[in-house]
Design a protein. Structure first.
Lengths: 306, 352
């Protein structure tokens, strides 16, 4: 039973991380209908910026004040928000009317660019680093033999708060209504006076900021940061993307459901089947879901007309 | 007054002429491959010889991907998965069968000797297995369109990679290999592919000649496909699937056969890659990044253009070598070039 509960708590923590990244994919797909392959690198940048900020403030040891996490979080979110805005402005906006494949290749170009700029000596370098622990390594309580760690609680709480904010933004504000309008029909939205360019920029900024938050939380949970061009970043991004697709891409709640589902399957597969095939479970679920419900679990079913 | 069919029949050449005509490009291609091997390679030395081979293998991969992405318009980003399947099967076959026949994994026999024959058979076997996988991956394309299909191919490629990473070590002791071959044949050894470290010590059978023989085959197949009725069906599916179906194109068949054919040549390309001097076939290298490399080539060459794909393959194989002097900046320059080309020349470098 302990193992079951442990796996359950792990899945929730990992699922929250995936959800934060998946939301970035889903927001961009919702408005632009394209897969932003550079998103995993924004996530990577978020993790590394957190590292740089945390060491820069001198919180390399465990004596960090309790607000340290929030300071780093804000730095990382702002930095990545600006990055997301710039990427959209310089790389994607000139291609708004181009075939989607071109945009996709551009996204791959941006991804390569971010990875390799990150690898430069003056930026993040090519060495893996260890993230200073900003959160006390303390066990809050023990539930049925499972240690609930401070870090995990932090991850889940922050993720829930951010997702809640996003939910409120998308469904309860004018800006959110504009976002949904653009997602539904870009041209009609423009005719109704929605500033489409602005909405798209906002989606990129929000998505990137959430990725930055995920980056920080990831760095806190798994302090060994791999170098920027390492395959783990891309793989994490891919899994979050799979989560977005499984939940129904373009759908905020779907991303959440998909992320939790993917995390559960991955963690339970690792614990109860075999850890070597963890990626296989994720992609097998993806293929199965797509074959049974081609638009994801909570996606809109579209009928193609002639 | 003759009917159209009769008039067409009267223009048709006699069968011996037809056979010679259709074999001519293949023979010319083989001749060029032989000349490259016999004349060009000694003149340019081993370094450029290797580069020439790399170009050829990339051409095979890009032109084959172009059949799915360019002709049929089905977006596939799992090409490296097919490459890995073909490459690994071929590598295992030549490696273990070399032990069975000749007691070591050294290159056996000279030009067109028995070793070369084993190699070619292994390449074809790898291609066929990859084609089978292509059939499986092509099936979901009946239900899925565009991005979603792309995601499934991506998932397929990743699954192949993970399975290859979890294979056992390569068996290297001749007596153990002999025992395993005795017991269950080559099939029993197919789980011993080296895992995540890769399959070392595959005999180096790939030569400029064999690479360009397959380049010739893939180019001829591709050109013939494009102007055949199957190829036209693919183009129709690409332009508008519903319209194509309405005028009687069997879209299912067209799409699946494009996947099968493309996967076959990807498998052969992987086999050539595996038997190349100075490379170890390893799963990490044949992952998502490799698939993306090939997609980039096809898009830069101009979707659907065979010559474009081939030229872009050569261009993008040589480019990193040229950029080598920029050292750590070279991938950045490459990324910027990619973005720049997409913005300034949306139809690709060599597209119309």
């Amino acid at each position: 039973v302990t193992k079951l509960l442990q796996t359950l708590s792990d899945s929730i923590a990992v699922g929250s991380l995936y959800a934060l990244i998946a939301l970035g994919y889903t927001l961009v797909y919702g408005v632009l209908r394209f897969i932003n392959f550079a998103h995993s690198d924004v996530f990577m940048t978020g993790a590394w910026v957190s590292f740089v900020a945390a060491s820069g403030f001198g919180w390399a040891s465990a004596d960090a004040p309790f607000w340290a996490v929030f300071a780093v979080l804000i730095v990382a979110m702002v930095a990545c928000g600006v990055l997301g805005f710039t990427i959209e402005r310089l790389a994607y906006r000139p291609l708004r009317k181009a075939p989607r494949l071109n945009v996709l290749i551009t996204a791959i170009g941006v991804s390569l660019f971010l990875q390799n700029v990150g690898q430069l000596q003056g930026v993040f370098g090519t060495q893996p680093m260890r993230m200073p622990s900003l959160v006390e390594d303390r066990t809050l309580m023990t539930l049925g033999g499972v240690d609930i760690k401070m870090v995990d609680v932090m991850v889940v709480v922050l993720a829930v708060v951010l997702v809640g904010l996003l939910q409120w933004l998308v469904y309860r504000t004018r800006l959110g209504r504009a976002m949904r309008a653009v997602s539904y029909d870009e041209r009609s939205a423009a005719l109704m006076g929605v500033n489409v360019d602005m909405v798209i920029s906002v989606c990129f900024v929000i998505g990137s900021a959430l990725a930055a938050a995920a980056g920080l939380l990831y760095a806190l949970k798994y302090p060994g940061l791999n170098q920027p061009a390492h395959a783990t970043w891309v793989l994490l991004g891919l899994k979050a993307f799979v989560a977005a697709v499984v939940g129904g891409i373009g759908n905020v709640r779907g991303a959440l459901v998909g992320a939790l589902l993917i995390a559960f399957i991955e963690q339970f597969g690792v614990q109860y089947l075999s850890p070597e095939y963890r990626d296989v479970y994720v992609f097998a679920v993806l293929i199965a879901v797509l074959l049974l419900r081609p638009s994801g679990l909570m996606g809109r079913v579209t009928v193609e007309k002639v | 007054m003759k009917t159209l069919a009769e008039r067409l029949a009267s223009k048709k050449p006699a069968w011996p002429v037809a056979v010679v005509r259709s074999l001519l490009p293949v023979l010319v291609g083989f001749g060029i491959a032989f000349l490259l091997q016999a004349v060009v390679v000694p003149a340019i030395g081993p370094f450029y010889g290797k580069l020439l081979m790399d170009c050829g293998i990339t051409i095979v991969l890009a032109v084959s991907l172009n059949m799915v992405n360019g002709f049929a318009g089905q977006f596939s980003i799992g090409h490296a998965g097919f490459m890995a399947i073909g490459g690994y099967l071929a590598a295992a076959l030549t490696f273990y069968l070399s032990y069975q026949y000749w007691g070591s994994a050294e290159v056996h026999g000279g030009f067109l000797g028995s070793g070369d024959m084993l190699f070619v058979a292994a390449c074809l076997a790898g291609g066929l297995l990859a084609a089978g996988a292509g059939f499986l991956v092509g099936l979901p394309s009946l239900r899925l369109r565009g991005d979603y299909l792309a995601i499934v191919t991506l998932g397929f490629g990743e699954i192949v990679r993970v399975f290859l990473q979890n294979t056992d070590n390569v068996v290297r002791k001749p007596d153990k290999i002999a025992a395993a071959l005795e017991e269950g044949g080559v099939v029993s050894l197919l789980d011993n592919l080296g895992g995540s470290l890769g399959f070392h010590g595959v005999p180096k059978y790939s030569t400029v000649f064999w690479v360009y023989v397959f380049v010739a085959l893939v180019l001829i197949t591709s050109y013939r496909l494009k102007s055949s009725h199957q190829g036209r069906a693919l183009l129709a599916v690409r332009e508008n699937e519903i319209a194509a179906e309405a005028i009687g194109v069997n879209t299912t068949r067209a799409k699946v056969s494009a996947f099968v054919l493309s996967a076959f040549f990807a498998g052969v390309g992987g086999a050539l890659f595996a038997h190349q001097l100075g490379t170890t076939i390893n799963p990490g290298e044949l992952g998502f990044a490799k698939s993306i490399d090939i997609v980039i080539i096809v898009v830069l060459g101009g979707m659907g253009s065979i010559s474009g794909a081939a030229l872009a393959a050569v261009f993008l194989t040589i480019l990193p070598e040229v950029l080598r002097e920029f050292a750590e900046y070279r991938m950045i320059v490459y990324a910027l070039l990619l973005i720049g080309v997409m913005i300034l020349r949306p139809k690709g470098l060599f597209g119309i």
